[in-house]
Design a protein around this ligand. Structure first.
Ligand code: RTP
Ligand code: MG
Length: 154
C-alpha cells in the first residue's frame, strides 16, 4: 500500500528569473508529484537567515542569503509516495556543475548555474518537511484553526 508523503520544494530566484517555474512544476507533475499548494513570495534577509539557520557561520552563508533574497521564489507543497527522497532525487546533486556531469537530466543540471545558484530546494527529511511547510504555509497547519480567535468564533 502506498502512502502520500509531503515535502517542501522551492524554485529558487535564478530559475524564476530564467522563466523556468512552469516547466519545473510540469516536470514535477510528470514525475508523479501532486502540487498540493504553491505560492510566490520574496524572502527578507531575516526570513532567509532563519530558513537556512543550520548553515549560519559557513563560508557560503552570506552568498546563499544574498541569492535567496535576490528575487521572488516559488514555494510548493509536493505530495507523492516517498516524496522527500524522490524530490531530492529529481533535483540531483547540490552543485549544478557536478549535477551536469553526474545526472544531466536532473533539475539542478537543467536549470541551475553553480554551487549556490542551483534552481531548486527540497527538504532533507520528513521532520524538515513538516517544519519547512509550516514556515512557508502557516495557513495550512491544523494549529492555525486553534487559538483564541477560533474559540471566540464558535
Ligand atoms: P537545499 O537545502 O537548498 O535543498 O540544498 P542541499 O540540501 O542539497 O544543500 P545544503 O548543504 O543544505 O546547502 C543549502 C544550499 O546552500 C547553497 N550552497 N552553496 N557554494 C557552496 O559551497 C554552497 N554549498 C551550499 C546551495 O544553494 C544549497 O542548495
Ligand atoms: Mg539542505
Amino acid at each position: 500500500m502506498s502512502t502520500l508523503e509531503r515535502t517542501l520544494g522551492l524554485i529558487k530566484p535564478d530559475a524564476v528569473r530564467a522563466g523556468k517555474s512552469r516547466e519545473i512544476m510540469q516536470l514535477a507533475e510528470l514525475s508523479g508529484f501532486q502540487l498540493l499548494a504553491k505560492k510566490t513570495l520574496q524572502l527578507s534577509q531575516e526570513r532567509a537567515e532563519e530558513f537556512y539557520a543550520e548553515h549560519q557561520g559557513k563560508p557560503f552563508f552570506p552568498g546563499l542569503v544574498g541569492f535567496m533574497t535576490s528575487g521572488p521564489l516559488y514555494a510548493m507543497v509536493l505530495g507523492r509516495e516517498d516524496a522527500v527522497k524522490s524530490w531530492r532525487g529529481l533535483m540531483g546533486p547540490t552543485n549544478s556543475l557536478t549535477a551536469r556531469e553526474q545526472q544531466p537530466t536532473c533539475l539542478r543540471a537543467l536549470y541551475g548555474t553553480n554551487g549556490t545558484q542551483n534552481a531548486t530546494h527540497g527538504s532533507d527529511s520528513s521532520a524538515s518537511a513538516n517544519r519547512e511547510i509550516a514556515f512557508f504555509f502557516p495557513e495550512l497547519q491544523p494549529d492555525a484553526l486553534e487559538g483564541p480567535e477560533a474559540t471566540a468564533t464558535y
